[in-house]
Structure formats: structure tokens, C-alpha cells
Design a protein around this ligand. Structure first.
Ligand SMILES: [Zn+2]
Length: 409
């Protein structure tokens, strides 16, 4: 061991070995001690010591005997996945959703509470606590079976202090949610921006599994991205990495909620799609949308534009094709900058399928440099309605299994 190796780095190494072993049992179990020593390069006594600690904590259990390679059959180890629970809370624009899940990521219970318009901070925190209490009650497990709470919160989040710095759609500032929930539930709490939590969910359970460099783009009423580089969620130096919704696509474009003009969000998020449809109808183009809303154009939503496109409505098809082209420009910029091997599209707009996806891919092929364009696959998320809540509890799984941030053996 080199001179100057600190106790800190020794403890860090021990922690890393322990989480590597635990993560290997999670991903590859049932697995024997000998196999783990071979796979990790750790000595058999080190593996035996770590496994003894894990058995004592009951996170790992001995299971059936494995195949013998000549001597006596080895004892296999597996994760005690159903012996413990993690809790996840997705705090979005209009609702708080809490879930409990076993350690393999299977959701056990859900509770959803609506957020009233312009809530006070107290009211909002009360809803989060109530949703968690409700889901814990329905799960029915002893308090000591919960390993932590993860919160995915929209807006700007200080992940180190666990503070919601700014939640624009609730108009709330500086809520120390981590401290408040830790005090209430006496459990460790992790916090992250909701879109970055989505990227984490894709990394553990979705189409980002095993992929070192990918970007998850959420296109809904807002537009943002979670960036995974070298198997780690990239936060940036002040927690704003991934705000691609506010990169400029058209300097003369419509005004964005951030005050600038022609941001990607102002061109490709749900409200922008609805607005472009309204504008074209006002310019005299015909569309099913006019009849559907009895000419009350303000009632048009992005979802309705998609439905009209499916009926063959040319205006709607054109609006979605433009959306795809704007997204294609934004994604081409990302490919040239970060060279990811996958882009995962999530959120309501990503459900518009080929109407958006085809023009998007054509634009990427035309505008990105050839090498990064060839290296990437662009897919839509398959995770469904619970994705944000899954991302939230995966924050807890990450702390338990990969505290140093790497979900890859
Ligand atoms: Zn903007």
C-alpha cells in the first residue's frame, strides 16, 4: 500500500468492495462465494467476510446448493429482495405519487394525491408526508423494513442538501424536503430532479440498462433531459445539467416561459404543439380540431393534435412533423456535443409515435455529424406510468447497491 494512503481511502475501498459484492448478488444471484471471488478479483477470505456482514444485515440470504465442480456443492447466495422495502415519491406539477417497492424494483403499493393550485409550502409538504404514510400503511411492513425514501421533484433541486430550490409550476422556493422527511420518518432521504430520476430509472430498469452514455429526454408540458455519462447521472456544477428545453433552436421563435425566444421547450413541448395548431387554424387552415372544440381553440391540447393526426388530419400531421424536426435539431446538437449511444424519449409527446419520430430521425441524420449520428439509437421509453416513481425509489437503491455511482460490474 502506497505511503499516504488515508484511512478514508481504505474505508472507501471497503465500501466499494461491499457494494460490488451486494450488487453482484442482486444482478447475478444465486451466486457462490467462489464465483464472486473469481468475478471480482477479491480474495476468498475478503469475500467471505463481506458476505458474513451482508448475511447478518439480512440483505442477503443463503439459498439452494449450486452445481458441484468436483468437491462438495457450494452454498449459493441471493438477495433478500422481499425482506425490505424502498419508498419513492414523485412530486410533479399536479400530483404527488408515492410507491413502495421490494429491492428488485417490484412496486408493492401506490398512493396518489392531487396538488391543489398554488399550494403553500406547508400544504405541499403535508401532501408528500400523507402520500408516504398512506403507502406505508397499505404495505403493512414494520418500520425497520424500510431502507429509505427517494424523492423525484420537478424544478431545480439541490441534491446534496436535499432542497427543492425552485419548483416553477407550484411557485415554491427553498423547501428543505430531505430534512423535513428525515425528521418525520426517521429514514434516510435522497432527492433529485424528476427528469434525472427518470434517467436513473431507465438506467436500472429500462432501456438504459448496461449503457454507459445515454440521454433520457422527457417531452411533456415541459422539456428536459437526464444525462448519464460513464454510467453516472451527470448533475452539472449547480444541478442544472440537462436543461435542454432552454437551448435556443430558433432565435426568432416564440417566447419561452424562461423569457427567451425560440427555446426547444417553446417549440416542441405539449403547450407549444397545441399553440402551433391554434395559430394555423387562425390563419385559415382547416382541421378536425376546429369542429372537435366547437371552434373554442383554447381547448386544443397536444393529445388532441395527436388524435387528429391519427384520423389523417393534415394540419395535425404537419404540426407534429414540425415538432419532430425541432426535436431533431436539439438532439443533433446533443449528439455532436456528448456522443451518447442512446437517446430515450419519454413523456406524453413521445407517445405521438411515428408522426414525431420519423421527421425527428430524418433531421438528426441530416444535421448531426455522421459518426455520432451512426453511433446512436433513438428509442421511446417502455417504462409506463410509474417511471417517475420508479426513478425516485431507485435513488435509494443506488445508495445501497452502488454508492459510488456505477451500476455496472
Ligand atoms: Zn426557455
Amino acid at each position: 500500500m502506497a505511503l499516504g494512503t488515508s484511512v478514508g481511502s481504505f474505508q472507501r475501498m471497503k465500501l466499494q468492495n461491499k457494494s460490488n459484492i451486494l450488487n453482484m448478488i442482486r444482478l447475478q444471484g444465486p451466486v457462490s462465494r467462489v464465483e464472486m471471488a473469481n468475478l471480482t478479483g477479491l480474495t476468498p477470505p475478503t469475500v467471505t467476510n463481506i458476505v458474513a456482514e451482508l448475511l447478518e444485515s439480512n440483505l442477503v440470504v443463503e439459498s439452494e446448493l449450486g452445481e458441484s465442480t468436483g468437491g462438495r456443492k457450494p452454498i449459493m447466495l441471493r438477495l433478500n429482495a422481499t425482506g425490505f422495502y424502498v419508498l419513492g415519491v414523485y412530486a410533479g406539477i399536479s400530483k404527488v405519487k408515492a410507491v413502495s417497492a421490494s429491492l428488485d424494483g417490484t412496486i408493492r403499493q401506490r398512493a396518489v394525491l392531487r396538488i391543489p393550485k398554488d399550494p403553500s409550502a406547508e400544504k405541499f409538504v403535508g401532501l408528500v408526508k400523507n402520500a408516504l404514510r398512506q403507502v406505508m400503511e397499505e404495505t403493512g411492513a414494520n418500520k425497520d423494513k424500510y431502507l429509505g425514501i427517494g424523492v423525484g421533484m420537478h424544478g431545480l433541486v439541490d441534491t446534496e442538501q436535499g432542497i427543492s430550490i425552485f419548483a416553477p409550476n407550484l411557485k415554491l422556493h427553498d423547501i428543505p424536503l430531505k430534512a423535513l422527511l428525515e425528521e418525520e420518518f426517521n429514514l434516510p432521504v435522497e432527492m433529485e430532479n424528476d427528469v434525472r430520476a427518470l434517467a436513473l430509472a431507465e438506467s436500472w430498469f429500462g432501456q438504459g440498462q448496461g449503457i454507459a452514455n445515454f440521454i433520457c429526454i422527457n417531452i411533456a408540458s415541459g422539456l428536459g433531459a437526464g444525462i448519464v455519462l460513464d454510467h453516472k447521472l451527470y448533475e452539472g456544477s449547480s444541478f442544472t445539467a440537462g436543461e435542454i428545453g432552454h437551448t435556443t433552436i430558433d432565435i426568432d421563435g416564440p417566447q419561452c416561459t424562461c423569457g427567451n425566444h425560440g427555446c426547444l421547450e417553446a417549440l416542441a413541448a405539449g403547450p407549444a404543439i397545441a399553440q402551433r395548431a391554434r395559430n394555423r387554424i387562425r390563419q385559415g387552415q382547416s382541421s378536425l380540431l376546429k369542429a372537435w372544440t366547437h371552434a373554442n381553440l383554447e381547448a386544443i391540447t397536444a393529445k388532441m393534435v395527436h388524435e387528429a393526426a391519427e384520423q389523417g388530419d393534415e394540419l395535425a400531421i404537419g404540426v407534429l412533423a414540425d415538432t419532430g424536426r425541432y426535436l431533431g435539431i436539439g438532439i443533433a446538437n446533443l449528439l455532436n456535443t456528448l456522443n451518447p449511444s442512446r437517446i430515450i424519449l419519454t413523456g406524453g409527446v413521445s407517445r405521438a409515435g411515428q408522426f414525431v419520430l420519423e421527421p425527428l430521425k430524418e433531421t438528426v441524420a441530416r444535421r448531426a455529424l455522421e459518426a455520432p449520428a451512426r453511433a446512436v439509437s433513438i428509442v421511446t421509453s417502455q417504462m409506463g406510468e410509474d417511471a417517475s416513481a420508479i426513478g425516485a425509489f431507485t435513488l435509494v437503491l443506488r445508495r445501497i447497491f452502488t454508492p459510488l455511482g456505477v451500476n455496472e460490474l
